[in-house]
Structure formats: structure tokens, C-alpha cells
Design a protein around this ligand. Structure first.
Ligand SMILES: C[S@@+](CC[C@H](N)C(=O)[O-])C[C@H]1O[C@@H](n2cnc3c(N)ncnc32)[C@H](O)[C@@H]1O
Length: 261
């Protein structure tokens, strides 16, 4: 089979999976998630420390270790939430220009206060990241952590590629679908328990409690580390590399927009 044909077949395969994800989850994505994060904002970071058995900052630091930064660069954190990644990048490289974008004003308000407390400035844009309100070839670095399963990821990755400068880097971190069925089953069983425990501990509202099933379903229909690497290559990134933790449950990807774009 010719290379072009193989690439086309692969992209059809990803497009089919994206269509399935959208059909199943569109209602939650467009109508319910904002209510969930409006409630979760006030306890998001504490709940994640509990749910990850104290490994939350370790995951963030492992992600940060994959990110190369230079003074004066422009960085965009997509689905920035409470600014965990933006702040970690600024601690590493204080003269970075960081922009955060998220649809949840409540999550960004927590992020704004955290940045203020640490004496950093992060520009905040409230909006849907499926359309990034930035010019082409604008950022040196774009990051996306813990949010891809809530997105039409191919559309967002295309937008990220558009706003990156040629030679700029995209860094991605998320929970991924593990390669092994056994690990996958254990993973979902653990998530069911930990989501129930955090919902009780932090007195989640109905919207957040109802999302337990959604949360596991999005993961089971998401990509493994290898599949996500393929998807990034098909969408025009080069030098794609990945690292996983906990038998593929967590993955970090790094990808470069070609210099000749
Ligand atoms: C699990 S939080 C992750 C936050 C942050 N990246 C972190 O590492 O802690 C997911 C975030 O994605 C945001 N989000 C989900 N769908 C979005 C969309 N279509 N456009 C913008 N933000 C979105 C939510 O509002 C939420 O703040």
C-alpha cells in the first residue's frame, strides 16, 4: 500500500473514532461540563491530591520535566483550569509570557488568585478551545494537561498546530487508555472508587457526581500512548515522542511543528 493511502486510511480511522466520541459525549461536553467545573473549581486541586494518592504534583513535575523553555518565549496553556501548568512553567522560567485559555471562568478565577499569590502574571482568555482566538504562528510552546478527553481532540490539535510558530513545540499530558486489558480493568475499578470517595469528601454537586460514568467512558474510548503519537504525526507534527507512567495510564507527549510550515 502506498504511503499516502496508508495515511488516509489511518486518518479515517481516527476520524471515525472522533465521530463516535462526539456522538456519545457531545451533550456532556456542551451542556454539563461547565457546571461540573464551576463546582469542582473550589476543591479541584485538593481532590486530585486525594484521588491520585498524593502523586498529583509528581505527575505535574514529570510533565514539566519534558517541557523545554527559554526566556522571553510565548506559551499558551490550553484548558488551563486553575493554572497548574502555567504557574509551573513560570517557576521554571520566570520571564515567559504565559496565556491561559479555559471555558470555565470559575476555574480561571482560582488560577488568577494563585498566580497573584505567587507574584506571576498569566493572561486569561475565557472561551472554547476548539477555536483559538490567536493568529497563526504565534506561540513557541503550547501545553494541554488533563483535558483532552473532554475535547474533539483532532480539531483542537489542528488549532494548536496553527497557532504554534514553525519549529514550536506542543506538550501534552493526560490519562490514557492502557495497552493491556487487565491494567485497563484495574484502572477503571480504581477510578470508580476514588471518584466516589472524592465526591463524598468534597461534597460534589449533582452535576459532578453524575459525571462518574462519563469520566470512565471517555477514558475507555480515548487513545493509548502509541495511538496518540500516530494521531499527532497524521496531523502534521514531527519528532513526536512519548513517555508513560503506571503501565500506560498516564502519558506525556512532545511534538514539534515542522520548521517549513
Ligand atoms: C481536568 S481540568 C484540567 C485543568 C488543568 N489543565 C490542569 O492541569 O489541572 C479540565 C479543564 O478543561 C476545561 N475545558 C473542558 N472543555 C473545554 C473547552 N471545550 N474549552 C475550554 N476549556 C475546556 C475545563 O473547564 C477544565 O478547567
Amino acid at each position: 500500500m502506498a504511503n499516502g493511502e496508508r495515511a488516509l486510511q489511518g486518518s479515517l480511522h481516527f476520524s471515525d473514532r472522533e465521530n463516535t466520541r462526539e456522538k456519545l459525549f457531545k451533550q456532556v461536553w456542551t451542556e454539563e461540563l461547565n457546571d461540573v467545573f464551576a463546582d469542582v473549581a473550589k476543591y479541584y486541586d485538593r481532590a486530585n491530591h486525594v484521588a491520585s494518592l498524593g502523586m498529583w504534583n509528581y505527575f505535574r513535575d514529570s510533565f514539566l520535566a519534558t517541557i523545554e523553555l527559554q526566556g522571553g518565549q510565548k506559551a499558551l496553556d490550553v484548558c488551563a483550569g486553575t493554572n497548574a501548568v502555567g504557574l509551573a512553567m513560570l517557576r521554571k522560567q520566570p520571564d515567559l509570557q504565559v496565556t491561559a485559555m479555559d471555558r470555565s471562568a470559575a476555574m480561571q478565577e482560582v488560577g488568577r488568585r494563585r498566580a497573584e499569590q505567587e507574584g506571576f502574571r498569566i493572561e486569561s482568555i475565557i472561551g472554547d478551545v476548539h477555536k483559538l482566538p490567536f493568529p497563526d504562528n504565534h506561540f513557541d510552546v503550547v501545553t494541554l494537561q488533563w483535558a483532552s478527553r473532554h475535547l474533539r481532540i483532532m480539531d483542537v490539535v489542528r488549532e494548536i498546530r496553527r497557532v504554534l510558530k514553525p519549529g514550536g513545540h506542543f506538550y501534552h499530558c493526560d490519562m490514557l487508555r492502557p495497552g493491556s486489558r487487565l491494567v485497563e480493568r484495574m484502572y477503571y475499578a480504581y477510578l470508580r472508587v476514588s471518584l466516589s470517595v472524592t465526591a463524598v469528601l468534597f461534597q460534589s454537586n449533582a452535576a459532578a457526581r453524575n459525571c462518574k460514568k462519563y469520566f470512565i467512558e471517555t477514558l475507555s474510548l480515548f487513545y493509548s500512548a502509541e495511538e496518540l503519537s500516530q494521531l499527532l504525526r497524521q496531523l502534521g507534527f514531527e519528532d513526536v515522542s512519548s513517555k508513560t507512567l503506571l503501565r500506560g495510564m498516564i502519558g506525556f507527549h512532545r511534538a514539534r511543528k515542522p520548521s517549513s510550515y
